[in-house]
Design a protein. Sequence first.
Length: 194
Amino acid sequence: MRKLVYYVAVTLDGFIAGPDGGDPSGAEFFPITPDLIEFIVANHPETLPGPARDAMAIAGEGRHFDTVIEGRGSYDLGLAAGLDDAYPHLRHLVVSTSLAERDDLPVEIVSADPVARVRELKAEDGLDIWLVGGGTLARALLPEIDRLVLKVNPSVIGSGIPLFAGDFTHARFPPVAQEDLAGGVRVVTLDRAS
């Protein structure tokens, strides 16, 4: 069965974006260093947006993911950059009730229960499903998340968009792998406890 994998950059204090919710890529607290790019290209090249893949001459199937799912806030970051599909090389789903009536977008809009939709996706054949963000969607999908791959940056920002935003709940994800990059990012892989 396919896994739902929350693969995301996070600060030491658990935030995936700053208080403004803007694109954190390249922000002071999430610097994009050559070693990080090298890690992404070697391990998760399908998580690079289409324009970055084109610029780096990366083509072909994904290594881990063939599907990406994100919330409306994350999707809006791509729209602001002029991309109505930042990941054209993946099956792209956006969870949003406000986009439900739009049929002009090149992505699948999930306006009903995202947990039910993810369960359907997991039952299909294919590679794993990448949850790109944001924190509110991650909290809603927590019962279905099988793995966390956290690019932990050595920064503390105090407030912002949390890794999981919502009501208190408990789930255990013991670490199964870790890679320390030269620029300070620690990539930690954690699998849901059975």
